[in-house]
Write a new protein. Sequence first.
Length: 222
Amino acid sequence: MQWYATFCSGNVVAAKTVIGCGHMVIALNRFTAFYIPLKQEQIWSNTNVYLTVLSLWSISIIATVFLVIIHEDSPRFFKTSDGFLQINGGMLELHGSFQTIASNIMTVILCSITYTCCYLKVRKSKYRHSKVEKRLFLCALVSSVPFLFETARSLTTLFAIRKNKAMYIAMAEYICAALSSLKGNSTRLAQASPESDDWVRLILTVFSYETEQAQHFEDRAT
């Protein structure tokens, strides 16, 4: 079971990195659609898109493989008080957090810059673009918003869970409450981009899992 725990932990790190990089690609796609529309089809041809996706996965997997090799014995399964089997990633999870946070911060910065530029372009009175492009821009913008919460979650995990689990649990519960409120009042956002609602549910699930994991090790320590 050790190899399976290592595989699962490494797979999570790689997947998180790919998701962040994927949103950067979407942001660049919207940027080129508004600023160089005549070359949009040439830049984002099927071949280039396939190569981009392949490159994202390859880079993420290669970067994660090094972490797996170094910390292959770190992840462990443990049984919760409810009888469920969960994974503690150990040092693989900790060092993988650096990779995830770097990806998330780059995503937030790039998306903020490109979407601000796109918004300014749309606001220009002389600028006339198709409604389809504007709706795609809105969907991409709304879908990237949950990354702000994901970045906060990643930073909280890295700096709190290893030093002060009680503080992490309190912060996790607070952000969970904020996200639950956002989810309950996000009808318009969900209609504009169903993916944003999925992101909120995903982050809530991750927070619930990590809060329970932190509480488990806090109880064991005491």
